[in-house]
Design a protein around this ligand. Structure first.
Ligand code: FAD
Length: 468
């Protein structure tokens, strides 16, 4: 009997749990639901949609080699998908739908509706835990609650992870070709203002595997030394591929463990740290399910909902454009808007600058990031923003406010990164690039700092104190 596999943020054939199990039961037909407007409503921008579209093309090509046709359902939003998927399953004479679970609130609601609709018509639905190791709700604190702090979550993850969860599945063998079903034509979609270059961001699982292999060979063993320095290429750069499931967390963790004597939480501290980052990713997926309010623009720490954020459009625009007068902040924001990606250290620095120095609502920054990031992902982005704004799970304590100049001196000591993204300062002596004086600003046209660090820090402290 024919099996319908719905690919979502798991755009790969290798190590895809739903695809693997479906192929054991009968001939497979793939489907993707192209709902760009829904994703735009969720805040995703052009770079991510472009990468997504190309990822579907790469998936279709790979599936083609396995004689698995890929059908495309186009819809404005999620609402019509139950009917559309059901109609497709009936037309193609499939008796079961398979998919890997996703954890955003709207996605879970959508999947529930679709499952009910299929069951109602006596069609089977098979759902799998694939994007993370533990089904949300199966890894809880001693008193049965979702973790809200990473370290105990991490320890429990390491303690409970089993060989079955780490087991990878090969792509299925090629099946006999259908004579009555062919793949749909590739999606054409004008995503708008795309800044990512397709050569730098090749979509698909083969490109992801290349990146992983290069990272593990060349950089993983020095991850701890280099990971905080934005001018270095020291991290994996895999986030966009992970976000759309062009590579699985198992493929990442198993490949890293293989170079680490099989260890996940011991051994080479570099590999251990990198593996722990992949577990951070999972932590935030559990947070989405355990604390649904974070899906709905609410802070995790509810009392911070009363914060009197400043509404200052001009200040917000200066942050967005990278004209704050703090060179590392500005270089980072320009990296985001001109390349569609930002280094992790800088995501922390810029998010803290907006939410603390400018005291502007973190949700505005969260949305701006999502609009530009090629790797934009609700769990990690929301988690990162709420961490920086001290409103989240395991958040930075509100009084720990990064000094953006000190951060620049520490993590871009030669000012190389600043020079790359803030050309006004490229010809200024390296040591003055971190905090150009008034005369340098005058000469170069670079802005003087829009706020004084100490005064801004004090203002933030007072605003947070007033909450408690
Ligand atoms: P590596 O250092 O190679 O890490 C490997 C993988 O681990 C990453 O690809 C990512 O999947 C995961 N990971 C690493 N750090 C984190 C983290 N702190 N939280 C969750 N997962 C992590 N990551 C996203 O994937 N999408 C986002 O939208 C996103 N928004 C962020 C917003 C803020 C304010 C902050 C502070 C962090 C955000 N992150 C986000 C996490 C992190 O910055 C990126 O995952 C990382 O910079 C991607 O680079 P990399 O692939 O080279 O990471």
């Amino acid at each position: 009997r024919r099996q319908l596999v719905w690919f979502r943020t798991d755009l790969r054939c290798e190590d895809n749990t739903a695809l693997h199990h479906a192929a054991q039961r009968g001939p497979v037909i793939g489907v993707v639901c192209w709902t760009p407007h829904q994703w735009q409503r969720h805040g995703h921008g052009a770079n991510k949609l472009d990468f997504w579209r190309r990822g579907i093309i790469a998936l279709s090509e790979y599936l083609g080699r396995l004689n698995i046709p890929l059908k495309i359902i186009r819809a404005e939003g999620f609402e019509t998908l139950p009917d559309q998927l059901l109609a497709l399953a009936e037309t193609l004479e499939c008796d079961a739908l398979h998919f890997n679970d996703e954890y955003g609130l709207n996605e879970r609601r959508r999947d529930r509706q679709i499952s009910e609709r299929f069951h109602h018509q006596a069609l089977e639905v098979h759902r799998y835990t694939d994007q993370i190791a533990f089904t949300p709700g199966s890894l809880l604190t001693g008193d049965g609650r979702y973790y809200s702090v990473f370290t105990p979550f991490y320890k429990s993850w390491l303690k409970n992870i089993g060989a079955d969860q780490l087991q990878q599945f090969d792509a299925p063998e090629a099946q006999p070709a259908f004579d009555d079903i062919t793949s749909d034509a590739p999606i054409e979609f004008d995503a708008g203002n795309v800044v990512i270059d397709a050569n730098d961001w090749p979509a698909g699982e083969e490109a992801a595997q290349d990146r992983l292999a290069r990272f593990l060979q060349k950089r993983a063993h020095h991850y701890d030394e280099g990971r905080d320095f934005p001018a270095m290429t020291a991290t994996s750069g895999l986030s966009a591929w992970l976000a759309l499931g062009m590579i699985s967390w198992r493929q990442c963790i198993n490949a890293a463990a293989a170079r680490n004597g099989g260890h996940l939480g011991d051994g080479d501290s570099n590999l251990k740290s990198w593996i722990s980052e992949i577990i951070w990713r999972e932590f935030y997926q559990h947070v989405l399910v355990g604390f649904p309010r974070v899906n709905c623009h609410q802070p995790f720490q509810e009392h911070t909902g009363a914060m009197a954020w400043r509404e200052n459009e001009e200040d917000f625009q200066r942050w967005c454009e990278g004209n704050t007068g703090y060179p590392l902040v500005d270089a980072a924001m320009r990296q985001l808007t001109t390349t569609g990606w930002m280094h992790n250290r800088l995501r922390m620095v810029t998010a803290m600058f907006l939410s603390k120095h400018l005291l502007i609502d973190w949700r505005r920054g969260e949305a701006f990031f999502l609009e530009h990031l090629v790797d934009g992902e609700l769990g990690a982005n929301n988690g990162g923003w709420q961490w920086a704004a001290s409103t989240g799970t395991d958040a930075a304590p509100y009084f720990r406010i990064f000094n953006p100049t000190t951060q620049a001196r520490r993590f871009d000591p030669e000012g190389i990164f600043i020079a790359k993204f803030v050309p006004e300062l490229a010809n200024v002596a390296a040591k003055r690039r971190h905090a150009p004086d008034a005369a340098t600003c005058q000469q170069t046209g670079y802005p003087v700092p829009m706020v004084d660090h100490r005064a801004a820090r004090q203002r933030a402290l007072e605003a947070f104190k007033a909450l408690s």
